[in-house]
Design a protein around this ligand. Structure first.
Ligand SMILES: [Zn+2]
Length: 130
Protein backbone atom coordinates (compact mmCIF):
# COMPACT_ATOMS: atom_id res chain seq x y z
CA UNK A 1 0.00 0.00 0.00
CA UNK A 2 1.35 3.39 -0.99
CA UNK A 3 1.72 5.80 1.96
CA UNK A 4 3.49 8.64 0.26
CA UNK A 5 2.91 11.12 -2.53
CA UNK A 6 4.72 14.01 -4.15
CA UNK A 7 4.31 17.60 -2.92
CA UNK A 8 2.76 19.64 -5.78
CA UNK A 9 4.70 22.73 -4.68
CA UNK A 10 8.28 21.47 -4.35
CA UNK A 11 8.22 17.84 -5.50
CA UNK A 12 9.27 16.53 -2.09
CA UNK A 13 8.21 13.07 -0.93
CA UNK A 14 5.35 13.37 1.59
CA UNK A 15 4.43 10.61 4.05
CA UNK A 16 0.75 10.07 4.88
CA UNK A 17 0.28 9.65 8.62
CA UNK A 18 -2.95 8.13 9.91
CA UNK A 19 -6.09 9.51 8.30
CA UNK A 20 -5.01 13.16 8.26
CA UNK A 21 -6.68 14.92 5.30
CA UNK A 22 -3.81 17.40 5.09
CA UNK A 23 -0.06 16.82 5.37
CA UNK A 24 2.40 19.62 6.10
CA UNK A 25 5.32 19.42 3.68
CA UNK A 26 8.59 19.29 5.68
CA UNK A 27 10.51 20.74 2.72
CA UNK A 28 8.51 23.82 1.72
CA UNK A 29 6.06 24.09 4.67
CA UNK A 30 2.98 23.94 2.48
CA UNK A 31 -0.17 22.27 3.79
CA UNK A 32 -0.90 19.73 1.06
CA UNK A 33 -4.25 17.90 0.88
CA UNK A 34 -3.76 14.15 0.81
CA UNK A 35 -5.00 12.55 -2.44
CA UNK A 36 -8.35 10.85 -1.88
CA UNK A 37 -7.16 7.40 -2.95
CA UNK A 38 -4.52 7.51 -0.19
CA UNK A 39 -7.11 8.61 2.38
CA UNK A 40 -9.37 5.74 1.34
CA UNK A 41 -6.45 3.33 1.53
CA UNK A 42 -5.82 4.51 5.10
CA UNK A 43 -9.46 4.21 6.19
CA UNK A 44 -10.68 0.79 7.32
CA UNK A 45 -12.39 -1.01 4.43
CA UNK A 46 -16.18 -0.62 4.44
CA UNK A 47 -16.68 -4.26 3.53
CA UNK A 48 -14.87 -5.40 6.66
CA UNK A 49 -17.38 -7.78 8.22
CA UNK A 50 -15.18 -10.03 10.35
CA UNK A 51 -16.27 -9.98 13.97
CA UNK A 52 -13.93 -7.80 15.99
CA UNK A 53 -13.80 -8.36 19.71
CA UNK A 54 -14.67 -5.45 21.99
CA UNK A 55 -11.17 -5.55 23.44
CA UNK A 56 -9.69 -5.03 19.97
CA UNK A 57 -12.14 -2.19 19.27
CA UNK A 58 -11.23 -0.49 22.56
CA UNK A 59 -7.52 -0.96 21.87
CA UNK A 60 -7.96 0.54 18.39
CA UNK A 61 -9.97 3.48 19.76
CA UNK A 62 -7.33 4.11 22.42
CA UNK A 63 -4.53 3.95 19.87
CA UNK A 64 -6.42 6.38 17.64
CA UNK A 65 -7.10 8.77 20.54
CA UNK A 66 -3.43 8.63 21.49
CA UNK A 67 -2.38 9.32 17.90
CA UNK A 68 -4.76 12.30 17.77
CA UNK A 69 -3.45 13.74 21.04
CA UNK A 70 0.10 13.32 19.71
CA UNK A 71 -0.97 15.17 16.57
CA UNK A 72 -2.09 18.05 18.78
CA UNK A 73 1.29 18.10 20.49
CA UNK A 74 3.36 17.86 17.31
CA UNK A 75 1.20 20.50 15.56
CA UNK A 76 1.00 23.43 17.99
CA UNK A 77 -0.13 25.81 15.23
CA UNK A 78 -3.52 24.54 14.06
CA UNK A 79 -5.70 26.69 11.82
CA UNK A 80 -7.75 27.94 14.79
CA UNK A 81 -4.52 28.79 16.67
CA UNK A 82 -3.38 30.85 13.68
CA UNK A 83 -6.75 32.64 13.62
CA UNK A 84 -6.42 33.45 17.35
CA UNK A 85 -2.85 34.64 16.82
CA UNK A 86 -4.08 37.00 14.10
CA UNK A 87 -6.84 38.31 16.41
CA UNK A 88 -4.29 38.86 19.20
CA UNK A 89 -1.91 40.66 16.82
CA UNK A 90 -4.75 42.90 15.57
CA UNK A 91 -5.81 43.61 19.18
CA UNK A 92 -2.22 44.51 20.15
CA UNK A 93 -1.93 46.78 17.11
CA UNK A 94 -5.21 48.51 17.95
CA UNK A 95 -4.49 48.85 21.67
CA UNK A 96 -0.77 49.73 21.60
CA UNK A 97 0.46 50.77 18.15
CA UNK A 98 -2.49 52.98 17.16
CA UNK A 99 -2.56 55.03 20.43
CA UNK A 100 1.23 55.37 20.22
CA UNK A 101 0.98 56.64 16.65
CA UNK A 102 -1.82 59.03 17.62
CA UNK A 103 0.38 60.32 20.47
CA UNK A 104 3.36 60.80 18.14
CA UNK A 105 1.21 62.58 15.54
CA UNK A 106 -0.40 64.73 18.23
CA UNK A 107 3.01 65.85 19.54
CA UNK A 108 4.27 66.53 16.00
CA UNK A 109 1.08 68.51 15.34
CA UNK A 110 1.66 70.39 18.60
CA UNK A 111 5.21 71.28 17.58
CA UNK A 112 4.07 72.42 14.13
CA UNK A 113 1.30 74.56 15.65
CA UNK A 114 3.73 75.94 18.24
CA UNK A 115 6.18 76.94 15.49
CA UNK A 116 3.57 78.07 12.99
CA UNK A 117 1.42 80.14 15.36
CA UNK A 118 3.98 82.97 15.92
CA UNK A 119 4.80 83.01 12.19
CA UNK A 120 1.10 83.24 11.33
CA UNK A 121 0.71 85.98 13.95
CA UNK A 122 3.58 87.94 12.38
CA UNK A 123 2.14 87.50 8.87
CA UNK A 124 -1.34 88.56 10.06
CA UNK A 125 0.12 91.66 11.76
CA UNK A 126 2.13 92.47 8.63
CA UNK A 127 -0.99 92.47 6.46
CA UNK A 128 -3.10 94.17 9.12
CA UNK A 129 -0.71 97.13 9.44
CA UNK A 130 -0.18 97.65 5.73
ZN1 LIG B 1 6.76 20.89 -0.50
Amino acid sequence: MEHSFVCPSCGGQLEVEGSQPVVKCPYCGNSVPVPEELLRAEAPPASYNDPVSDATKIALAEAQAQAESQDLVTQPMSESDKRWLKIIIVAVVLLVVVPTCIGIFASIFGVIVGVAAPIIAVIVQFFAHR
